[in-house]
Design a binder for this molecule. Structure first.
Ligand code: FAD
Length: 368
């Protein structure tokens, strides 16, 4: 998505763009994700890394919220049904300690201007009767929701193509060299000259940067998995999370429940990600403990894909200081939600324009 969306916003501003894609479009993380539109600080890294991390991560919440604002209008802008539904996100707590952590996290989110409402047991019973009575409270953020990972990147690609972007599929970038003021990009389909490059290679961004001897540190890929149930009638209008263990749960447009939360998958013998049975069991146990009605609903599919990640979860968006003209569009773990804003930011940066919406880019700029 990072590549197609950046190409779209650049072309919209009249910049000539060529997009190089190793496989086909939308075949990796952007087309295999769970489709959640997140704005809250993710609870799992908060539980591990605490308030000092949340303090540093806070500006990224501003990006996510801004991106969701863009998602609201994206179906009209791209003239496509992206199944955007913003029914709100509900993070539930099983214990008093979880609830205290949720309250502390909400202070960081509110400081960033996010609308986060604390729920007690009665609020949950009223607003989310499908949630187990064992959940004692939670936090509700009305801005969160979901969209279709099958549709969004392809809609950006179509709109970009209509604006003149050339897309070369099945074209692998093998090397990048300095050529005059710009670059030569060496691929298995020949050389391409480019005055500027945006590295939007997701989990492979580190490998692409290394072609110019740039070290992106712990930028890497992690195999994780998501499961889908059979279709059922309307049950869950929210994006649901649980503070006591990893869970994301929502119902998509056709009625399937999508259950995930970043559970580890494996890498199979041919190097592609494959589902891990133990993760599946544990993920389903958490889901069942939060939504008892799942006991009568079958899982029909579990799939695995590689998510682009870093340890500190911080987005890296901007020009590499020692390689002028070489930009990085890397939003770890939640790059589907952030796709629109990260791409809009990137298009402005490539053109030397200030960041959109007066965003202070300092926390996100690449170092080194
Ligand atoms: C299972 C799963 C669930 C997720 N759930 C969510 C969610 O619910 N909400 C959310 O916000 N985020 C979610 N994410 C994260 C999100 O999907 C990613 O952060 C986002 O899609 C990254 O987009 P991207 O365009 O940077 O990377 P990708 O979609 O991985 O695209 C990178 C592209 O670069 C191409 N490429 C790489 N190397 C080369 C090369 N050398 N030459 C040419 N092309 C190359 C690849 O082929 C690929 O098409 C999830 C991820 C996974 C895997």
């Amino acid at each position: 998505m990072a590549g197609c969306a950046t190409a779209y916003y650049l072309a919209k501003d009249g910049v000539a763009v060529t997009l190089l894609e190793r496989f086909d479009l939308n075949t990796l993380a952007s087309g295999s994700n769970a489709g959640s539109l997140h704005a809250q600080i993710p609870h799992d890294p908060y539980a591990r890394m605490g308030d000092s991390w949340a303090e540093r991560y806070r500006p990224a919440v501003g990006l996510l919220a801004k991106s969701i604002e863009m998602w609201r209008d994206l179906p009209r802008e791209l003239d496509a049904d992206l199944e955007v539904k913003l029914g709100g996100g509900l993070l539930v707590a099983r214990t008093a300690a979880d609830m205290r952590a949720i309250e502390a996290k909400a202070r960081h989110e509110r400081a960033q201007g996010l609308d986060v409402r604390l729920f007690d047991r009665a609020d949950i019973a009223r607003e989310a009767p499908y949630v187990s009575e064992s959940m004692i409270g939670g936090a509700f953020c009305p801005d969160e929701g979901k969209a279709s990972p099958f549709a969004a990147t392809l809609a950006y690609a179509r709109a970009a193509t209509a604006l003149g972007v050339t897309i070369h599929r099945q074209t692998t970038v093998l090397g990048i060299e300095r050529e005059g003021q710009g670059f030569a990009v060496v691929t298995d389909k020949g050389r391409f000259a480019a005055p500027r490059i945006v590295n939007a290679a997701g989990a492979d961004a580190g490998r692409v940067a290394a072609m110019l001897s740039i070290d992106l540190g712990d930028v890497q890929g992690f195999p994780i998995q998501v499961s889908a149930t059979e279709k059922v009638g309307p049950l869950i209008p929210h994006l649901l999370y649980c503070a006591s263990d990893r869970l994301t749960l929502k119902q998509n447009g056709v009625g399937s429940l999508l259950i995930g939360g970043g559970w580890e998958a494996d890498i199979g013998p041919n190097g592609t990600p494959v589902a891990n049975l133990d993760s599946l069991r544990r993920n389903m146990a958490v889901a069942l403990s939060v939504v008892p009605a799942l006991s009568n609903i079958s899982i029909v599919r579990t799939w695995a894909a590689i998510v682009n990640g870093t340890e500190d979860w911080m987005p890296i968006l901007g020009e590499i200081p020692r390689e002028p003209g070489f930009f990085l569009n890397f939003f770890p773990w939640m790059g589907f939600t952030a796709g629109p804003i990260a791409a809009r930011i990137m298009a402005n940066q490539v053109q030397g324009k200030p960041a959109p919406f007066d965003i202070d880019m300092t926390p996100f700029l690449p170092r080194g």
